[in-house]
Write a protein that binds this ligand. Structure first.
Ligand code: NAD
Length: 491
């Protein structure tokens, strides 16, 4: 029997798994607390080996009929799925704000519309995917993209709804059956996604949610030889474990990981514009993989830039993410707060200078002041490691070559930002080794464009056709142009 629904700020949500079209409770669970004020939100099902097995079986069973449909036949299901997300827009906003501390305003205007688009866009894009013909002297080749099978999707707590739908959209549109393992610090919107899928009439087993901790449930899912793909967004250490487990079965993984991206300000940059964009790096309390967290500023404009950005940051409203005026909300978990403050303390003890911020914010236990550190060496921990909190660093440079060397001088390679005169900024941006870079802008994402990182920031790309490449098996069907003559000496 399904468990009683949790009541979170007036929204009812199931704490159970969703397997084979039904809610499935567990004998074990884990407790949730709101990052806003540490209030308990309830207890969520822990995925046990039996649930992992049940979900894989349900997905395998559903795969035959779902994969046999054309993209046009799958489209109405997925359009309805997007509609049903829209029907629950307020509930999604309330849940993710309370559960993950994301700004309510950002949920309303950014995340929920994007979640709907993630499902709708890929479903429609799949209609245009056609077999690719290759005509040679000998034969007609027809290159097919067939659904791969059972796909495991694992997402992090900083953007559970956005990232889960970003992966579910193409995986389902391509004809796969999915098992979503939500992040244990913020799993509630993923549970509501199951309600939306159910109401949309997705056939049982096509989309499943198995709640649980990463070390137990996540690890069991990715080690199972019956799965065909793992699409993971999260941290580098977890990615290594997942790659090892999936690698043991030769299961392909898409890994979207952390970043330590440069934010370059050239001497010919529009300083006011760069500073205004710079302050956005505190969005989601700095818990954003693609943020430009290492400011590299030309020495000639550094003083002006620091003054302009300080003036903007001083006006930032830190507080309750449910308040319309709030711009910077809480850090997800006491453990993450301790990690963020530890980075600041060690940097200062090592000789770094605080330009602003530097400690807990008086608003509450899980709030950290927007912070900027300078007087740093390239090999300092704070320059090399992802903090994942509202903590930025600033270094200066004297030439483009030095800017590029500093930008490329970490193990990460996710994204970047470059402010400067357009031709100049483009030339510098081209030399920065990352998966993407924004010129005189930040955060422009298009579903058709590839997204992902290089070096420790990940393996593979998702977005547009790249998502379908990953979630499909490529098959070359070969038809000879002339009657085939069997021969042992023929190559
Ligand atoms: P995490 O790696 O700790 O956890 C991510 C997910 O993996 C969670 O659902 C967790 O339960 C699961 N997991 C943990 N151990 C596992 C295991 N052994 N096997 C299978 N699954 C396991 O990351 P996090 O702390 O939740 O998220 C923050 C990280 O995510 C940061 O490094 C951030 O940069 C990264 N991130 C990257 C992107 C991107 O697109 N590149 C986007 C958002 C976040």
């Amino acid at each position: 029997m399904a468990s009683a629904l949790l009541q979170v700020a007036g929204v009812a949500v199931s704490p159970d798994h969703y397997i084979g079209g039904e809610r499935v409770p567990s004998t074990e669970g884990f407790d949730l607390f709101s990052p806003i004020d540490q209030r308990p939100l309830g207890r969520v099902a822990q995925g046990l080996p039996v649930h992992v097995d049940q979900a894989i079986r349900a997905a395998q069973q559903a795969f035959g009929a779902w994969s046999a449909m054309t993209a046009a036949q799958r489209l109405p299901y997925l359009e309805r799925f997007a509609d049903e997300i829209g029907q629950r827009a307020d509930a999604f906003c309330t849940l993710e704000s309370n559960d993950a501390g994301v700004l309510l305003s950002r949920m309303q205007h950014g995340v929920v519309p994007r979640a709907m688009l993630n499902i709708r866009w890929f479903a429609r894009h799949a209609l245009g995917l056609q077999d690719r013909p290759i005509d040679t002297e000998q034969a007609h080749h027809r290159v097919r993209h067939d659904p791969a099978g059972v796909v495991v999707i694992i997402t992090p707590w900083n953007a559970p709804l956005m990232l889960s739908t970003w992966k579910l959209g193409p995986a389902l549109a391509a004809g796969n059956c999915c098992i979503l393992k939500p992040p244990e610090w913020a799993p509630l919107t993923c549970s509501l996604l199951a309600d939306a899928a159910h109401a949309a009439g997705l056939p049982p087993g096509v989309f499943n949610v198995v709640q649980g901790t990463g070390a137990a449930t996540g690890a069991q899912l990715v080690a199972d030889a019956r799965i065909a793909r793992v699409s993971f967004t999260g941290s580098v250490p977890t990615a290594k474990l997942i790659a090892q487990a999936a690698g043991a079965n030769l299961v392909p993984c898409s890994l979207e990981l952390g970043g330590k991206s440069p934010f370059i300000v050239l001497e010919d940059a529009d300083i006011a514009a760069a500073a205004a964009t710079g302050a956005l790096m505190y969005r989601n309390a700095g818990q954003v993989c693609l943020a430009g967290t290492r400011f590299l500023v030309h020495a000639a404009v550094a003083e002006r830039f620091v003054a302009a950005m300080r003036a903007t940051v001083q006006k930032l409203c830190v507080g309750d993410p449910r308040d319309a005026a709030t711009e910077v909300g809480p850090v997800i978990h006491p453990r993450q707060v301790a990690q963020v403050l530890g980075y600041i303390d060690r940097a200062v003890a090592g000789g770094a200078r605080l330009l602003w911020g530097g400690g807990p914010h008086p608003f509450g236990a899980q709030y950290v002041q927007p912070t900027m550190l300078t007087d740093l060496q390239q090999d300092d921990e704070i320059v090399q490691n992802e903090v994942f909190g509202p903590v930025l660093t600033l270094q200066t440079f004297a030439s483009d070559d030095e800017a590029v060397a500093l930008a490329n001088g970490t193990d990460y390679g996710l994204g970047g930002v470059c402010y400067g005169e357009t031709v100049h900024a483009t030339a510098v941006a081209d030399s920065v080794r990352t998966g993407f870079i924004w010129i005189n802008s930040f955060g422009i994402r298009d579903l058709a464009a590839p997204f992902g990182g290089i070096k420790r920031s990940g393996i593979g790309r998702e977005g547009g056709d790249w998502s379908f490449e990953f979630f499909c098996d490529v098959k070359d069907v070969v038809l000879p142009k002339k009657p085939f003559t069997p021969s042992f000496s023929h190559r």
